[in-house]
Design a protein around this ligand. Structure first.
Ligand code: FDA
Length: 311
């Protein structure tokens, strides 16, 4: 029922923030097994294999090294090194991929100046290689500072090298979409994966979806290259319809989906000639990412519980 679903979503979102549980939880075999569906592996080599397979199918990718709970400045510097290794590997192997980066892994919750400097180094490296860094969007408390940092990086490195993410669940997002489009910032539009307060976010899914459609139209009408990130066929159909109405050619924007979700739809859109990018997360710190994927779909939780009960 809707109430059970809301309850399990709330509980999972709560657990996703309890990183103290993760050492225990990540050893549970059913959770580890489920993580294999959504996370490409713990190492860069495993993620590279997943991306090579996508490239062979005509799909492109965005790598994401998971680590949102960094403890100190030294750990954030290690994240920068990992992204530089990653950008070098993309260059060497010629896979069709860019990278997605979270400001928390750059140290946003420790020191904003540190996060900006770390993100700057990754974007500078990507720029020198002709690549692109998508700055992921996290919970509502960091929306403004995240957009401020994206704007600084955009002013320094330019449209083809850094972009933002907006979440249609937030009440502010349509206004953000208009402003960022005017500034020619590339946007990934998604629904939003974090539990937010009603003061800042729509509590009803129907409103989140209606907002997604309104924002999608702002993006498609802007003449900037954006990403429409969803597995929701109704959102995808609305996008295709709007693009056809505006006479947009294929390639004026891209669809984006997550590794492990609706691979059939990813291939189908690519076969129809639409650019499709798959978000490929990897690394040891997959716990909060997996919990967000579970919260999106109670069936994923049922899978874990069933396997736990089986022992
Ligand atoms: P919705 O949740 O309505 O799902 C539609 C359908 O998709 C479902 O019926 C099901 O078939 C499938 N599906 C969706 N989630 C599933 C799951 N976990 N397991 C199995 N099936 C599932 N969020 C954020 O806050 N910040 C960010 O930076 C990003 N980045 C991002 C990048 C990309 C490429 C994608 C696709 C998504 C994100 N997200 C994100 C996540 C996003 O906000 C959202 O939580 C998920 O995409 C799920 O929403 P849908 O649009 O798919 O719709």
């Amino acid at each position: 029922s809707a109430i059970a679903e809301q309850w399990s979503r709330g509980a999972l979102m709560f657990l996703s923030r309890r990183t103290g549980l993760k050492d225990w939880a990540t050893r549970l075999p059913p959770l580890k097994k489920l993580s294999r569906r959504f996370v490409a592996g713990e190492t860069l080599d495993e993620a590279m294999d997943a991306v090579k397979a996508l490239t062979a199918q005509g799909l492109s990718a965005s790598f994401d090294h998971l680590n949102e709970a960094v403890k100190d400045a030294a750990e954030t510097r290690e994240e920068v090194r990992e992204y530089r290794r990653l950008l070098a590997r993309i260059d060497q192997t010629g896979v069709r991929a860019n990278v997605s980066l979270k400001l928390t892994q750059c140290g946003l919750l420790l020191d904003e100046a540190l996060a900006l400097e770390n993100a700057r180094q990754v974007v500078a490296d990507a720029t020198s290689r002709g690549s692109f860094v998508r700055i992921d969007m996290e919970h509502g408390a960091v929306t403004q500072v995240t957009l401020d940092i994206v704007r600084k990086l955009h002013a320094e490195f330019g449209e083809p090298h850094v972009g933002a993410v907006l979440q249609s669940c937030l009440r502010r997002t349509e206004a953000d979409a208009r402003a960022l489009c005017d500034e020619r910032v590339r946007i990934r539009l998604c629904k939003g994966a974090y539990l937010e307060r009603e003061a800042i976010a729509y509590p009803d899914k129907a409103d989140v979806d209606a907002s997604f459609v309104r924002c999608m139209k702002v993006l498609l009408d802007s003449g900037v290259y954006h990403g429409i990130a969803t597995h929701d066929e109704r959102m995808i159909d609305a996008t295709l319809e709007h693009a056809a109405r505006r006479g947009l050619p294929r390639g004026a924007f891209e669809f984006q989906m997550l590794h492990g979700i609706r691979a059939d739809l990813q291939r189908q859109l690519a076969d129809q000639g639409h650019p499709v990018r798959v978000y490929v997360p990897y690394g040891r710190h997959w716990y909060p990412y997996l919990m967000r994927r579970m919260a999106e779909r109670p069936a994923n939780l049922a899978f874990v519980l069933k396997n736990l009960a089986r022992g």
